[in-house]
Design a protein around this ligand. Structure first.
Ligand SMILES: Nc1ncnc2c1ncn2[C@@H]1O[C@H](COP(=O)(O)OP(=O)(O)O)[C@@H](O)[C@H]1O
Ligand SMILES: O=P([O-])([O-])O[C@@H]1[C@@H](O)[C@H](O)[C@@H](O)[C@H](O)[C@@H]1O
Length: 350
């Protein structure tokens, strides 16, 4: 991104500085049909974009969303999608009693039974953003879409599910291909963060990817693990009573990005992600979050610090690791996020 000159260097004729819009979310909304023992249990608003915008809106992080739906889209949403009148909205059926699916999920078999149009580069505004989130669910993100995102966003976070999902031509069952064969691999050195669930992580070479960007692997009730160059850390989870796992990974990614935008280090932002993920599994559909979330993370960090019975050398290692994974250490995050440490007055001092 080109930085505008400070006011003292601006001539009367130079354009006024237009502030960056903060976060761009790209991915289709969908209808989720939850099926158990052959019966429909619930029909809810789905799509990573819906869960993520819910997290960002509840955290007062401003975002713009690009999403496509069909004529049959039936939910009220804060961020209006593009309606493609001749198409139907993307629909996923989630079966909770069919065993293990093509992705390895033991608790949910996913089938895409209808697909809306892909999101094209021309659907994305020609503005600049602090953060971009490529979060397709049904194959709607194209390589050229991601290329446009890396051009206009300072940092791009990608959910691997947007890149490696393929769909059975007969029943729409979700299967995964290796990241190298996804058609996106040549762009990945330009992204900042790659998020994968532990099942999806089997379809990439973490050792290779962590040299290109920060890799975050989520692992359900076990929390998540972060990999970047030679550093790794596990971020422990929050306790939750799981009702429906749908959207946990999405809310996690939303929380991670909220944390990064607010200037947290990556491990602390991932802790915020864990919190949003854990609350999401306690609900069917979109959970309601409140502004006490960041306070809860701050309390948790303090509690963990007190409980932490580590040797002093280990403590130093941990602190150094946090230091190395602070936003300022990511070249792509560097100048953009660092000045915004206390946006909205939230502070999450360790
Ligand atoms: N049962 C659970 N208890 C507590 N936290 C959970 C639970 N399931 C998921 N989470 C949180 O949500 C994150 C994402 O969940 P995960 O199941 O790994 O992703 P996905 O929905 O993409 O499969 C986890 O890293 C964790 O922080
Ligand atoms: O549960 P999760 O993996 O985070 O994300 C889910 C997607 O995998 C699924 O395709 C979609 O229908 C859900 O609404 C949700 O976005």
């Amino acid at each position: 991104m080109t930085l505008n000159p400070p006011p003292s260097q601006q001539t009367p004729h130079s354009p006024r500085r237009i502030p960056n819009r903060r976060v761009l979310i790209v991915g289709n909304y969908c209808h989720d049909v939850l099926i158990q023992n052959g019966s429909v249990v619930a029909e809810t608003l789905g799509g990573a974009a819906s869960f993520i915008s819910n997290v960002l809106d509840s955290s007062s992080v401003s975002c713009e969303l690009v999403s496509k739906v069909g004529h049959d889209f039936r939910f009220e949403v804060t961020h209006s999608p593009i309606v493609v009148p001749e198409k139907e909205t993307t629909v996923f059926e989630a079966y909770f009693d069919l065993g293990i699916d093509g992705i390895g999920h033991a608790d949910r078999v996913l089938k895409r039974v209808s697909a809306c149009d892909p999101i094209l580069p021309s659907d994305i505004p020609d503005s600049s953003f602090d953060f971009g989130m490529a979060v397709g669910v049904g194959g709607e993100i194209l390589p050229e879409t991601l290329e446009k995102m890396v051009e206009i966003c300072d940092v791009v976070a990608v959910d691997i599910q947007a890149l490696i999902r393929v769909f059975d031509p007969v029943d729409g069952a979700v299967k995964l291909v290796d990241l190298k064969e996804s058609g996106f691999f040549h762009i990945l050195h330009r992204i900042g963060f790659l998020k994968a669930s532990s099942d999806e992580a089997l379809f990439m070479d973490v050792e290779q990817m962590k040299q290109l960007c920060c890799v975050v692997v989520t692992n359900g009730e076990k929390g998540c693990r972060i990999y970047h160059k030679d550093d790794e850390a596990t971020v422990t989870p929050f306790l939750a009573k799981q009702v429906d796992p749908t959207g946990a990974g999405d809310s996690f990614l939303g929380g991670l990005v909220v944390g990064l935008v607010e200037g947290l280090t990556v491990p602390d932002a991932a802790l915020l992600g864990n919190l949003f993920g854990s609350i999401t599994v306690e609900h069917i559909g979109q959970p309601k979050f409140d502004l006490m979330m960041l306070q809860r993370v701050q309390d948790e960090v303090q509690k963990r610090k007190k409980q932490c019975n580590l040797s002093s050398s280990h403590k130093n290692d941990l602190n150094e690791f946090h230091e190395r994974l602070s936003p300022a250490r990511f070249s792509c995050v560097d100048s953009q996020l660092q000045p915004k440490l206390l946006v909205n007055g939230h502070s999450c001092d360790r």
